[in-house]
Write a protein that binds this ligand. Structure first.
Ligand code: F6R
Length: 608
């Protein structure tokens, strides 16, 4: 959730660290800090608030000399966001500085251990324990100190560490939190995310679990947990550096909404070869799918909402039972996994800790595992037997849009593929379904070109205090996402309900003027939705319906309508999400919210 960077080379480190942190601000942004070794001393600058405050305080880094340093943007877990609790943290002796992403779970125990040995603590953070522990373990050999300390930590961590006595080396180590090393010419870097490195290098080393790297300006040595040096192959990333820029749009979110037609094309096209679906599964065979006894989908947030749609697709096409479980719950629910179970993890970042642990739990219980992931080489991708990448490119806005759409497209293909493996979906049905999904990008392009109508509707409703989203079947799954999108960026209270469920309690909240967004795209249940609209209207609600062109009965019942182009049932969710995203965006814009960085949120959730 936090962002980590580090530099060693011949340039002044501080301006470079701050520039790199700007690329990571989307990961967490309640405070930031940098530490450098200069003339034999560790110097730290930290500031509560956005990175801009730190930039102002340090003259964009100009006032801080030193050619080696570490930096951090924080998303607070332990201790409020203030200057003291910001990273980097210094050990009591001032000899060690450290930045951390993750949570040290046994920090209370270690705090007691260190207190008995004369250490006192200046912050409320779990991180400070790690730096004091390294100080305690340090007797002249930094690598030994870090290894010894790391072996005492439980939880998740990516750490960047400086020792005052060793101005020629930067140390990095990780477990369950991402960290990469960027390889330059006469300079090297560390970062929690690749975008921070793109201005300097595209050659990276990914650290595996518990690997410890000693980074000098002219070389990097990586050791495993037991001290054995590892031969690591650098990887070249060809990411488009422009993807990390807004490209003329006011916000990353809008840019990413607009990229959806291209993203769906890029995700779908390589998977269709001569009319066949090729997902590149290397380990899970058609036989495994044929013999499966059930499917679990594990994910969090919007990715779990994709899971709800995928469940309806897969059950329809395979007749297998599918359970969609929030990853944070799945781990602890003693799931009914057998060796015939297939578990699908869905994650944009590939680093969401709950999803990762849910996947590992399923695997440990004998399940076969597939992940649908956007970030290539991420931890979830590496932890699953097979991975299907969504080619959404870099997603920067905290609220997911294009990755969601790409996940939806992959789930559509995967369910068709599984339906074929189980002999339920015929070749002719597959051909028709593939035509439908290939027609989607052009339809979305047309929708996006008419975004002014959604902007107008947003102008009518941005003052609302409570908004309900209702739908049935696929529309209920869409309601979940529409509601989340709106509340996370506009801070308007919003809830999603299965339309038939509202009258079992929640309808008591409907009063004159309450806005109800009613999704009426699922044709088999449209009449029932119209009845549900009437029920809320009878209690004074204002209804904004989403339905297909030509559905006059819906128009007559609702107050306003967001129109969708006519499309086959199973691709309609990919069209329905567009006005929902745009509505959330424009409402947040009119409310003056910080759209790309909504309060309290972070892009990659690497803590439980
Ligand atoms: C909402 C949003 C989050 C993520 C969730 C899972 O807009 O982006 O709800 O969907 O945190 O993240 P990933 O997909 O990275 O596992």
């Amino acid at each position: 959730m936090c962002g980590i960077v580090g530099y060693i080379g011949d340039k002044q480190a501080a301006p470079l660290l701050l520039e790199a942190l700007k690329k990571l601000e989307y990961r967490g942004y309640d405070s930031s800090g940098i530490a450098l070794v200069h003339e034999g001393a560790l110097k730290v600058a930290k500031a509560q608030g956005r990175l801009q405050v730190l930039c102002e305080r340090t003259g964009d880094g100009g006032s801080m000399p030193g050619r080696i340093g570490i930096g951090h943007t924080r998303w607070a877990t332990h201790g409020e966001p203030n200057d003291t609790n910001s990273h980097p943290h210094l050990s009591q002796s001032g000899r060690v500085a450290l930045v951390h992403n993750g949570i040290i779970e046994n920090y209370m125990e270690l705090r007691e251990f260190l207190t008995k040995r004369g250490y006192s603590f200046a912050t409320d953070t779990d991180t400070e324990i790690a730096v004091q522990l390294m100080d305690y373990c340090y007797h002249g050999d930094p690598v030994h100190a870090v290894r010894e300390a790391v072996n005492m930590l439980t939880g998740s961590f990516a750490l960047g560490i400086l020792f005052q006595d060793f101005p020629d080396q930067l140390l990095a180590v990780r477990k369950d939190s991402p960290l990469v090393i960027g390889l330059g010419e006469g300079e090297n870097f560390i970062a929690s995310d690749i975008p921070a490195l793109l201005a300097h290098t595209r050659d990276i080393l990914r650290l595996s679990e518990y690997e410890l790297a000693v980074i000098r300006k002219d070389g990097v040595a990586v050791f495993d947990r037991y001290g054995t040096q590892q031969a690591k192959q650098p990887e070249h990333v060809d990411w488009d550096a422009g993807a990390a820029e807004k490209g003329g749009y006011a916000h990353f979110m809008l840019k990413e909404i607009m990229e959806q037609p291209a993203v769906i094309r890029d995700t779908v096209r390589p998977r269709i070869k001569e009319g066949r679906i090729e997902l590149g599964l290397l380990h899970i065979t058609p036989e495994d799918i044929k013999n499966a006894d059930r499917i679990y989908i594990v994910a969090c947030g919007s990715a779990a909402h994709v899971g709800h749609i995928a469940r309806l697709y897969i059950e329809r096409m395979t007749r297998l039972p599918v359970c969609v479980e929030l990853a944070s719950e799945f781990r602890y629910c003693n799931p009914l996994v057998t060796s015939r179970t297939l578990t699908i993890a869905i994650s944009q970042s590939g680093e969401t800790l709950d999803t990762l642990f849910a996947l590992r739990e399923a695997k440990a219980r004998g399940s076969k595992t597939i992940s649908i992931v956007n970030v290539v080489g991420s931890t979830i991708a590496a932890a699953s037997e097979d991975v299907i990448y969504t080619w959404a490119g870099l997603e920067i806005a905290v609220a997911t849009t294009k990755a969601y759409s790409a996940q939806l497209a992959v789930c559509y293909l995967l369910s068709l593929y599984m339906g074929q493996c189980r002999g339920i979906v015929s070749a002719a049905e597959t051909a028709e379904a593939l035509e439908q999904i290939q027609a989607l990008p052009a339809q979305i392009e047309r929708q996006l070109a008419e975004s002014q109508s959604i902007q107008y509707l947003a102008s009518l409703y941005f003052g609302c205090k409570d908004i309900f989203f209702i739908g049935r079947n696929l529309d209920y799954a869409m309601a979940l996402e529409g509601s989340l999108k709106l509340k996370e960026i506009s801070y308007i209270h919003s809830e999603a309900y299965a339309a038939g469920e509202l009258k079992h309690g929640t309808i008591s909240l409907i009063e004159p003027g309450t806005l109800v967004v009613a999704l009426c795209t699922y044709a088999p249940l449209r009449d029932k939705m119209i009845s549900n609209i009437r029920e809320v209207k009878a209690r004074g609600a204002t209804v904004l319906a989403i339905t297909e062109e030509g559905m006059e009965q819906v128009q007559e019942t609702a107050d306003h309508v967001m129109w969708l182009p006519k499309a086959p049932e199973l691709v309609t969710p990919s069209l329905a999400i567009i006005p929902l995203q745009l509505f959330a965006y424009y409402v947040a814009l009119l409310k003056g919210c910080d759209i790309d960085k909504p309060r309290n949120l972070a892009k990659s959730v690497t803590v439980e």
